[in-house]
Design a protein around this ligand. Structure first.
Ligand code: FES
Length: 114
């Protein structure tokens, strides 16, 4: 089963999750990484769950259209929308990153229509 490692506030939270887990769904039912995981809509719309993938990103599927629309250029920098990811392999991530690296959230939305 995949091991998820979450870095937050200088601490490291780590636990095993079932194969094919979604971290936002898990947090929604108060399982790890709850209460240390930020999310809101769970539908790829709000960007609250934006996560910087530290390791294991190579095992993730290609970004879907929602991730492309919301994250734009940030995908190439290692950012993903956790609510759009089902975890099958070990992964290490954080939701803390400097805003300059992440870029404004509205960039992609401003240039993509539909
Ligand atoms: S929780 Fe809103 S985009 Fe992921």
């Amino acid at each position: 089963m995949p091991i998820v490692t979450l870095h937050k506030g200088g601490e490291v939270f780590r636990d095993e999750v079932a194969d094919n887990s979604n971290l936002v769904v898990r947090a929604g039912i108060r399982k790890f990484p709850y209460p240390n995981f930020k999310y809101k809509c769970g539908m790829g719309k709000c960007a609250t769950c934006t996560s910087l993938i530290i390791s294991g990103g190579e095992h993730l599927p290609e970004p879907n259209w929602k991730e492309k629309k919301i994250l734009g250029d940030r995908l190439a920098k290692g950012f993903r929308l956790a609510c759009q990811l089902w975890i099958h392999h070990d992964i290490e991530l954080t939701q803390e990153f400097d805003a300059e690296r992440a870029g404004p959230a509205s960039d992609a939305e401003a240039t993509v229509t539909g």
